[in-house]
Design a protein around this ligand. Structure first.
Ligand code: PZK
Length: 292
């Protein structure tokens, strides 16, 4: 949207180039469900996710790409755009992206549960037998993935990851990822929230290994209400269950195009994101917006 060179598009995020050292990272209000981008945006969803990322960049105090939310000195962003971008854009350090998704899992769910059930796969190579769906793992595991051409991440083994990264970088990314997961999941647990799993990306900037991308957002993580977790059963997602349930009620087959969301479903979904912000960060979203 701004008159800056566009660098990359994600399903729900955009990156623009400010100069040789800095990028503008923008979280849009687009939402995906069952891997399909829905037609209607969810107002403020991008601000909620940016607010959660900023909260954890601040709390974790680990080397990262965040520089500023101040867009006033960025040329090529006009007043109308500044208003639209407020709360959803971060100025970040440009890094050399490491081509591995650093996934950490504390619970057995999603693609890992599928692998486990099917007799084992890359994410289950260090797991004991006898676990149930949504079980808490004996200890959190580092289960890297690569971005496949299909756009879907592909889980890879420890050996494959070591071959791509080399042993030193593998061990550094594993240590950093597990440490961040451990601190964020303790923080969430104090608020009645389970951080079931999450995905980090890292890059190199000025010789430093920095955390990049969004961090610990509902889009990059599985957050569960602790009181709805029951091993052996599917756990409803905090933010997306409501819209998934509505989509399912229409009989949609998960093939594009998706059905149009009625206004009340858009509003209900927004309310759940705003609640998720408060539950995860312990702060009110209204205060977040007022501070931007
Ligand atoms: C970068 N992506 C993936 C994420 C997209 C694409 N700090 C950085 N430095 C250099 N490159 C990137 C980052 C970050 N973050 C990340 N692509 C490039 C991506 C979100 C939206 F379109």
């Amino acid at each position: 949207m701004p008159a800056l060179p566009h660098l990359a598009s994600g399903k729900v995020r955009e990156i623009y180039e400010i100069d040789a050292d800095r990028l503008l990272f923008v979280a849009t209000d687009r939402i995906s469900a069952y891997d399909v981008i829905l037609t209607q945006p969810i107002p403020d969803k991008g601000r909620v996710l940016t607010g959660v990322s900023l909260h954890f960049f601040d709390l974790l105090d680990t080397p990262n790409h965040f520089l500023s939310t101040d867009l006033s000195a960025i040329e090529g962003v006009d007043d109308r755009e500044r208003e639209e971008l407020a709360g959803r854009a971060m100025v970040v350090r440009r890094a050399e992206v490491i081509p591995i998704e650093c996934v950490v899992r504390g619970y057995l769910y999603g693609s890992s549960w599928k692998e486990y059930q099917a007799g084992g796969g890359p994410t289950t190579e260090h797991l004991p037998p006898g676990l149930k769906m949504a079980d808490k793992l004996p200890e959190p595991i580092f289960t890297p993935a690569t971005k496949a051409q299909s756009g879907h991440d592909e889980n890879i083994t420890e050996d494959q990851t070591r071959q791509i990264l080399g042993d030193d970088l593998y061990e550094e990314l594993r240590r950093r990822s597990l440490d961040i997961y451990s601190r964020a999941s303790d923080y969430a647990a104090e608020r009645g929230v389970i951080l079931a799993d999450t995905k980090f990306e890292f890059g190199h900037a000025d010789g430093e290994l920095v955390l990049i991308d969004e961090v610990l957002t509902p889009d990059s993580s599985r957050y569960w209400p602790a009181d709805e977790w029951q091993p052996g059963h599917p756990v409803p997602s905090f933010d997306k269950q409501y819209v998934r349930d509505w989509l399912d009620s229409t009989g949609w087959d998960h093939e594009p195009p998706p059905p149009d969301l009625p206004d009340d479903v858009v509003a209900g979904t927004r309310a759940r994101y705003v609640d998720a912000y408060a539950k995860i960060t312990g702060r009110s979203f209204t205060d977040y917006l007022a501070g931007r």
